[in-house]
Every structure is written in C-alpha cells, then in structure tokens.
Design a protein. Structure first.
Lengths: 137, 254
C-alpha cells in the first residue's frame, strides 16, 4: 500500500521540546563524560610523568575495573584509571539516555508502535552491555 | 581513521584500537548529534525506528570481532570491508548533482509512523519538505551497517547515509544528520560488548575521545551552511581513502 507524495500523515510531529531536551541530554552527557575524562587524563599524566606509549599499550588496566564493586573501590581509593573508566561509562550511557528520552516522548504521544520499537532498542542495548559482553569475554 | 592510525603509528593491538574507535564514534555522535537535533536536521522518528536494525547488527558484529580476534581471521574481513566501501562510491558519484531527491510515494509503514518532516536549508535559503519511502530495504541495509560498525568500530555512516538517501529518499543533509544521530546508539551497543570483553583501554581511549569531540563540534557548526554537493565532494575522497587503508591493512601492508 502506498500513498501519494504530499498526503498528510495521521501522526503528529514530535513536540519541539523533544528536540530541545534530546539535544540537551546529548550535550550534558558528553560534557560530563569529557570533564571526567579530561580530569582523568591530566591526573594520569601527573601521577605517571614517565609513562610512555609502550607502557600504556602494554597493559590494559580496564580488566581490573570491569565489575561495579571493583570500580566503586577504585573510585573510592582515587584510582585515576577507575575515573577514566567512569568517564567512558558516562560516554556509553549518553546515547542510552537519549533512547530513554525518545521512549518517554513516544509513550506520552500515545504512539504504541514507536514506543515498542524504542523499548526494544533499549532492551537490546542492555542485553549487549550486561549479557553479551561478559559472555564472550 | 583513528583505528588504522593507532595500529600503524602506535602499534596498538587491533581489538584495542577497535575499542578506541567505538569511543571515538560515541564522542563524535553526541557532539554532532546534539547540534543536528537542536537544528531539527536529524529526523528523530526515522532514526529511532532504524536503530531496531542497527543495534542487533552491532551486537552480532562486535561478538564476531571478539571471536575472530581469538582466531586471527580479522584480515580477511578488512579486505571485504574495503571492497564494500569502494563499491558504494560510484552510486554516490552518479547522484552528485542531485541537491534534493525527487518526491516518492510513501510506503504503508512510513505513512503509519509519520516519517515526514521539513527543515530550513541555509544554503538553498528555502524550507525543504521530505517524506520516507521504502523502509524494508532500508532496514536490511541498516542491519548490515550495524554489523560492519560492530565488527570494525567505525560509524558505517556510508551505509546508513546510502540507505537513508536511496531507500527512504531523504535529502542529503537530513540523511547525514540522522545517520550521525543513529551512530551513537549503534556504537553504544558495540562498545558495551567490547568494553565488557576487556577490549577498551581507558588510557588510550580517553585522549582520543577528547580530541574527536572537539573536532566534531567544529564540523557540526560548518555543515548547516554548506551545499549538499560540497558535503558529498568532501565525503567521497574520505570514503576512498578509508577503503584503500583497510584493504592494505587486510593485506598486511598497513
């Protein structure tokens, strides 16, 4: 089934605030992530003034902070790598929050099909992060 | 571009470079995406709908990369990626002089889900209206784009823009902005897998993320004022260089 070009759709456009808020979510998430990452990079250079590329490349410290408990302990002890990891988590969380924001607006507009699609995307993201990654580790 | 540079210049292991590539995409997408969304260039409805294909694709792609890393078979896939990228160029050049796509009939799903919109084109100095068309083939290409993105830690924007332009019949600028908007969620899926699998090194990824976010902010300020043909002319050589680079890497010359 097709419709002629120019025929108005039955679906209302998303409200202008959806664009504003979603843009804000992306900007705020990125800003938080970049501030943590920048502070972490500066702290890393201060703590490890003699670090060269071979020492950075030769050791991947993320393996020490993959669990929430380990990350929490690392943050509490002031580990620079734990803070860098937190910054990266904030970076990954930003588009996930954007999906949640979309879910809110589609649900509020009573758009069942788009709500279901967005919810499915959200669940898939969680499955990827929480299930698939640890499974293939 | 970041992945070959990390591998060639800094001798970073390929999966770690791919992990950093994902972080780069996340930073770029959030930086450019926020501006495109604010300026209403990204079509939120179409972008979110197509993510249902790119996200599972990225999960599968990243999982395949983890397994291929263990099996030392990634070089063959790099050659295939380069070939596919090169194959997209002739079609894009053929449409190089089309500023806006001719109108097409909406399919049932596009109409039902309200895939239509408008934006003000600063270069053309006019309001441009558009509407979505063939969603099924677009979903298929988007799934493939997700797999490619997940496997190689790249945005696969070439494929996304291709699907948005060719099948959904969106104007170039809306395609580019919507592709950027989608890339972040696709990358989040791939990053989740690579992160949990231990292939993201924060000490390498952090400075790369900061640098690319700064560059992306600058790029997003330039795009709204450029003509589509200009965007395309900049886009094509980048794709060609990227394709040759990954083929060379696959052949062991990179």
């Amino acid at each position: 089934m097709t419709a002629s070009p120019g025929v108005p759709s039955q679906v209302e456009p998303l409200p202008p605030e959806a664009y504003t808020r979603m843009s804000l979510v992306l900007r705020a998430g990125l800003l938080v992530a970049l501030v943590i990452l920048a502070a972490g990079v500066i702290a890393y250079l201060v703590v490890n003034p003699a670090a060269d590329s071979s020492s950075v490349i030769g050791h991947n410290p993320i393996l020490e902070y993959l669990g929430l408990v380990a990350l929490g302990q690392g943050l509490a002890s002031g580990s620079v790598v734990a803070y860098l990891t937190l910054g990266l988590i904030a970076l990954v969380a930003t588009p996930v929050l954007r999906v949640l924001s979309g879910l809110y607006y589609f649900r509020r507009g009573g758009e069942r099909e788009m709500t279901a699609v967005t919810f499915t995307v959200f669940v898939l993201l969680l499955v990827g992060i929480l299930v698939v990654g640890p499974l293939v580790r | 571009m970041v992945i070959p540079l990390l591998v060639i210049l800094f001798s970073v292991a390929t999966p770690i470079a791919i992990g950093a590539g994902f972080v780069t995409i996340l930073a770029t997408s959030s930086a450019t995406g926020s501006a495109y969304v604010r300026d209403r260039l990204s079509d939120l409805r179409i972008g979110m709908f197509l993510e249902i294909a790119t996200v599972p694709g990225a999960l599968i792609g990243a999982t395949v990369t983890v397994f291929l890393t263990h099996a030392n078979l990634a070089s063959l896939l790099l050659i295939a990626l380069g070939a596919v990228l090169l194959a997209t160029i002739p079609g894009a050049i053929a449409r190089r002089h089309i500023e806006l796509p001719p109108p097409k009939a909406q399919d049932a799903r596009s109409q039902r889900l309200g895939f239509r919109g408008e934006y003000y084109d600063e270069a053309l100095e006019q309001n441009v209206e558009y509407q979505g068309a063939r969603t099924n083939p677009a979903l298929g290409v988007m799934f493939g784009a997700g797999v490619v993105s997940g496997m190689f830690g790249i945005g696969a924007g070439v494929f996304k823009v291709f699907a948005l332009e060719r099948f959904l019949n969106l104007p170039m600028k809306v395609s580019t902005a919507t592709s950027n908007f989608m890339i972040g969620v696709t990358a989040a899926a791939g990053t989740g897998v690579m992160f949990s699998a231990g292939y993201v090194n924060p000490v390498i990824a952090a400075p790369v993320a900061i640098g690319t976010a700064a560059g992306a902010f600058l790029g997003s300020r330039l795009l709204p004022g450029l003509r589509n043909q200009t965007v395309r002319l900049v886009f094509m050589p980048v794709v060609a260089i990227l394709a040759i680079e990954v083929i060379l890497r696959g052949l062991g010359y990179g």
